[in-house]
Design a binder for this molecule. Structure first.
Ligand code: SAH
Length: 407
């Protein structure tokens, strides 16, 4: 086991159970030769702080996982973490109308760079650390033991493959064993609060579907009835479908991905067939492939009683926060100028680097520049299957507000 001594004064965050130790905080590394392994982090005076996984090639070389001196690191420990994480979701397995939810939420569940989502009978794992890549088969095997999914498909998060120097790969497991089967299987079909969706195997963004927005899609249902709705950055229509379910007058969906919009229309048909949205819903939906930041500038004024703004992560790191704040502000300002009096906007940011306070402040600037008054009606975040770990503020990545625009 490596013994890693942290620099004086650099042990505060790890002692408060923040799981990331960057190279600048490390004073000395003792241990066997080699680039990675289990490690014990100690402070300058040699006292124990935590155990973790050390990997010199990772952009976060030491990732802490246990603050208990008596814990034993190893594969059994990883299995225990996977097991506890899934046990914490027990109530999700018996929900009457939802079969898609997150099983493992990375550092918030003590598993650095490991996300796993259930989609009906399938599981998708998203790898975003060298640790996750290294122990993938152990993680998959433990998920299989507990949950017996029909297939587990693991994909590397593209953003992290260069950052962490890991190959972009897709690995499938059936019965806990790696397999070359399952490539040509059908889409995974699942329900989210009464609406049917399908995830395309091996493709799609993130793990194929954004189940972190589940509670927020329900929230917008309260404002959608009888409204012309704009679903900006619609992806495959998560919000669109819930707006239709709630009786929206029309939905205009805009996204830069043609494939996502095609899948959106397919899912509208699927739900019409299933009877989960009103008949003739298809006629209420129009899609447009466009750059949403440009598109909104030419959007009609006063048309949309409900607008949903769910852009991709604009601030990837603290370093890009300032320029991202400007982009968020511009988007929200323009949307506010397009809203009718008392128009509702559901606005989101999924940038971990941007705090909720930053987001709120940005909305204030946008309202001021749009010369309108704004009320916050609801404060939103990801659902309880994406818990926010207090000692890891970055886990509060998804923030949203439902606001009313008054002029
Ligand atoms: N609201 C969606 C998730 C949105 S994810 C849901 O509920 O499932 C962000 C989406 O923004 C992606 O679909 C991506 O294709 C799209 N996107 C990224 N940049 C864009 C741009 N400049 N203009 C329009 N869409 C964009």
């Amino acid at each position: 086991m490596f013994r890693i001594t942290l620099k004086e004064g650099k042990d505060k965050a790890p002692r408060r159970r923040h799981p990331w130790v960057f190279s600048g905080a490390i004073e000395r590394i003792e241990g066997e030769e080699g680039g990675n392994g289990w490690a014990e982090a100690v402070s300058a005076d040699g006292s124990f702080i935590a155990y973790g996984w050390y990997d010199v090639k990772s952009h976060i070389p030491l990732r802490l996982m246990s603050w208990e001196k008596s814990d034993e690191m190893g594969e059994m420990f990883i299995r225990k973490l996977v097991h506890s994480s899934i046990r914490r979701r027990m109530e999700f397995f018996s929900l009457p109308d939802t079969t898609a939810f997150r099983l493992i939420h990375g550092e918030a569940d003590f598993l650095p760079g490991v996300a796993a989502d259930a989609y009906g009978t399938e599981v998708r794992i998203i790898i975003s650390s060298r640790f996750a890549d290294r122990f993938l088969s152990v993680i998959a095997s433990e998920i299989d033991t507990l949950f017996h999914p029909s297939i587990i498909e693991a994909v590397t998060d593209r953003q992290f493959s260069s950052l962490e120097a890991i190959p972009e790969r897709i690995v499938r497991y059936i019965g806990g064993k790696e397999t070359t089967e399952g490539l040509d299987r059908m889409n995974a079909r699942f329900i989210e609060r009464g609406i049917w969706f399908e995830a395309v195997p091996g493709r799609g963004q993130k793990s194929g579907f954004y189940c972190d927005q589940r509670v927020n899609r329900s929230a917008i249902e309260r404002y959608a009835a009888g409204k012309a709705v704009l679903d900006l950055f619609s992806y495959t229509g998560g919000f669109t479908l819930h707006a239709l379910k709630a009786g929206a007058l029309s939905v205009d969906a805009v996204d830069s991905s043609e494939a996502a919009l095609r899948h959106l229309l397919y899912q509208v048909h699927l739900n019409e067939e299933k009877g989960s949205i009103p008949l003739f819903s298809r006629e209420k939906v129009s899609t447009e492939q466009a750059n949403a930041f440009d598109w909104i500038r030419n959007a009609p004024e006063g048309k949309y009683g409900l607008m949903i703004l769910d852009p991709p992560k604009l601030a990837r790191t603290k370093g890009t926060l300032e320029s991202a704040m400007k982009a968020y502000k511009d988007l929200n300002r323009v949307a506010m100028t397009k809203a009718p009096d008392n128009g509702i906007i559901a606005t989101f940011s999924c940038s971990g680097a941007m705090s909720r306070e930053d987001f709120r402040m940005m909305l204030g600037w946008a309202a001021s520049d749009a010369h309108c008054d704004v009320q916050i009606l609801e404060t939103l975040s990801a659902g309880p299957d994406h818990p926010i770990r207090l000692s890891f503020p970055e886990s509060e990545y998804l923030k949203g507000f439902i606001i009313r625009v008054m002029r």
